[in-house]
Design a protein around this ligand. Structure first.
Ligand SMILES: C[S@@+](CC[C@H](N)C(=O)[O-])C[C@H]1O[C@@H](n2cnc3c(N)ncnc32)[C@H](O)[C@@H]1O
Ligand SMILES: [Zn+2]
Length: 280
C-alpha cells in the first residue's frame, strides 16, 4: 500500500473529481465513492468493464517475458534520459509497468503511477517496482488525476489523449511519447503477415500536439535484434496481432527495432482541459 499512499494526492475520484483518503483497504472520497484496493495492490477506477482492446492476460504474460529479454532496454534508457528532474511520473497505457519501473530505477527519489485499462496489466504493474502504484483507467475518459499533479507523462506504444496529458502535467512538466516508425519490426511483419504500422504517425502526433505541447526533441532509436523462437512468438503475441491472428510459434529471426522518442513541453498558452481533443 505504500506506493499508493505516495500517489494519493495526485488521484481524483472519477465520479466527483474530489480527492481520496485511505480507509482500510479502500480509497474513499468525501462523497463516499469507494474503490477497493485489490489484494494484488492495484485499484480499479474504471467503473465499468474493460473495453475489448484492453490487453488480455495472455498478451500481458507475453509482453512480460519479451521485455525481460532486454531487447527494448534502449527505449527505457532514452525515456529515462528525457526525465532527469521528474519526481512524479505517470505512464498511461503502461502495460506491465516495465518501462516505468526502469525509469524509476534511474530516478531514486521519484514515484510512479501506472495507468492501464487492462486489469491483468494493472495487476502486473502493481508489483513492477516498490515505488510504483497501479490503477485501472481509460485514457479516453478524464484521467483520475488532479490538474497539474505530475511532472512527467509517459506514453509508450499506447493511445494518446493529449488534452488530458496537458491537463494533468504541471506547467514545467514533460510528456514523452514513444511510437513506432513504419519500418519497426518490418521483417517480422512481412514474413508473418502482421499488421502494418500506420504511415506518418509522427506527423499526426505533431499535428495533434498543436495548442497543447511544443516539441522539445525527437530521437530515433534503431537497432537490430536477434530473436529466439520464444522471443519472436512473444513479440507477436504481445501486440495488436494477438487480437487478429492465432499466435502459432514463430521461428528464430532477426528484426529491426525502429521507434521515435518524442519529448514535449506543455504549451504555455494551455489553460485547461479541452474535451474531445484527444488523438488516437
Ligand atoms: C502496446 S501496449 C504498451 C504497454 C507498455 N507501454 C509497454 O510499452 O510495454 C498498449 C497498452 O495500452 C493499453 N491500452 C489500450 N487502450 C487503452 C486505453 N483506452 N486506456 C488505457 N490503456 C489502454 C493496453 O491495455 C496495453 O497495455
Ligand atoms: Zn467521489
Amino acid at each position: 500500500m505504500t506506493p499508493l499512499r505516495e500517489v494519493l494526492p495526485w488521484l481524483r475520484c472519477p465520479v466527483c473529481r474530489q480527492g481520496f483518503s485511505l480507509s482500510g483497504s479502500s480509497l474513499i472520497c468525501p462523497s463516499r465513492h469507494t474503490y477497493d484496493i485489490a489484494r494484488q495492490g492495484y485499484v480499479n477506477l474504471l467503473g465499468r468493464p474493460a473495453p475489448v482492446n484492453a490487453d488480455t492476460a495472455d498478451m500481458v504474460a507475453a509482453r512480460d517475458r519479451f521485455l525481460s529479454s532486454g531487447h527494448y532496454r534502449p527505449i527505457t534508457d532514452d525515456v529515462a534520459a528525457a526525465l532527469p528532474e521528474a519526481h512524479r511520473l505517470v505512464e498511461v497505457g503502461a502495460g506491465t509497468g516495465h518501462h516505468l519501473a526502469g525509469v524509476l530505477k534511474q530516478l531514486p527519489k521519484a514515484h510512479g503511477l501506472a495507468v492501464d485499462v487492462s486489469v491483468p496489466a494493472s495487476r502486473r504493474a502493481a508489483r513492477a517496482h516498490p515505488r510504483m502504484a497501479s490503477v485501472v483507467a481509460d485514457t479516453w475518459d478524464s484521467l483520475p488525476l488532479a490538474d497539474a499533479s505530475v511532472d512527467a507523462v509517459l506514453c509508450i506504444f499506447a493511445p494518446r489523449n493529449l488534452a488530458e496529458f496537458a491537463r494533468v502535467l504541471s506547467g514545467r512538466g514533460t510528456l514523452v511519447v514513444v511510437l513506432p516508425h513504419s519500418d519497426h519490426l518490418s521483417e517480422l511483419r512481412h514474413s508473418h503477415g502482421l499488421l502494418e504500422v500506420g504511415e506518418a504517425k509522427l506527423e499526426k502526433l505533431k499535428h495533434a500536439a498543436h495548442g497543447h505541447f511544443d516539441i522539445v526533441s525527437t530521437a530515433t532509436i534503431a537497432h537490430d535484434i536477434e530473436l529466439t523462437e520464444p522471443q519472436a512468438t512473444d513479440l507477436v503475441a504481445m501486440g495488436p496481432n494477438a487480437f487478429h491472428n492465432s499466435t502459432a510459434s514463430i521461428p528464430a529471426t532477426q528484426t529491426h527495432v525502429s521507434v521515435a522518442c518524442i519529448t514535449m513541453a506543455p504549451t504555455s498558452q494551455v489553460t485547461g482541459y479541452a474535451p474531445g481533443n484527444g488523438h488516437r
